[in-house]
Design a protein around this ligand. Structure first.
Ligand SMILES: [Fe+2]
Length: 247
């Protein structure tokens, strides 16, 4: 499996504090069948408390430690980018990162409020697309604007954007409403990849994707479940056009 949303870098954001926990995350992920992981530290923390240079160095260092431990997991770098008016310019300036340097960018929408309350959002999304990037929404099932207006997410997907469902949402970690919305997104083909959004080797936000992939298979079948944890995230990581689940 390919996990494209993971807070695995130590001491950067609300992920692990120590590198030992980062290695443990890698070990658990690999044992659970994940072969590639994209480190996605929060843009805000990197900008305010660290630097892009620092997270590049950390990714190289952690990748080296993972290899030395004999863990079969490759590690690459991206970022979880909260959306604001400065995001398109920050990407162009190299201060905000796409996924493994690809055309795909993980975008976190405001958690609360209707879209009308955040008038910069649509302009920023359009600017990203004008720069030939493909926004991928981080955990849309947890975003109030999408919960209230699923048709908004449907419209964005119709414009060529993608969506990333989170493991814990499908397993009920964020409550029944979020779980039911996750199922609805899967059934409608509005969840293109399934990722862990891991923050720790310890529950609830572990990197284990296997169980959630099985739940997804019960909902949409094995073919589509494979697409969201394997084919599509692999294509994204390799900067190829995504292979959408066929339906
Ligand atoms: Fe995250």
């Amino acid at each position: 499996m390919y996990d494209l949303h993971a807070h695995i870098l130590p001491g950067i954001d609300d992920g692990p504090a120590a590198i030992e926990d980062s290695i443990e995350i890698a070990r658990i992920a690999a044992a659970n069948g994940t072969r590639a992981m994209l480190a996605t530290p929060h843009r805000k923390d990197v900008t305010e408390l660290s630097s892009v240079e620092r997270i590049r160095d950390l990714t190289a260092e952690l990748g080296c430690r993972i290899r030395e431990e004999g863990i079969p997991l490759s590690l690459t770098l991206g970022m979880e980018n909260h959306i604001d008016a400065a995001l398109p310019a920050d990407v162009a300036a190299g201060k905000a990162l796409t996924m493994n340097g690809s055309r795909y960018i993980l975008v976190e929408m405001p958690f609360f409020g209707d879209i009308e309350e955040h008038d910069y959002v649509e302009d920023a999304l359009r600017e990203l697309q004008a720069q030939r990037m493909i926004p991928i929404f981080a955990h849309p099932e947890r975003i109030e604007a999408f919960q209230r207006q699923p048709e908004l997410l449907e419209r964005y997907i119709g414009m060529g954007m993608l969506s990333q469902l989170t493991r814990g949402s499908l397993l009920g970690d964020w409550g029944e409403e979020v779980r039911n919305f996750s199922i609805q997104l899967l059934r409608k083909g509005m969840a293109h990849i399934l990722s862990s959004d891991t923050h720790s080797p310890r529950p609830p936000r572990t990197p284990e994707l296997g169980e959630a992939a099985k739940v997804a298979a019960q909902i949409v079948g094995c073919h589509e479940a494979k697409a969201i944890v394997f084919d599509t995230p692999r294509a994204i990581l390799n900067d190829e056009p995504p292979s959408y689940p066929s339906r």
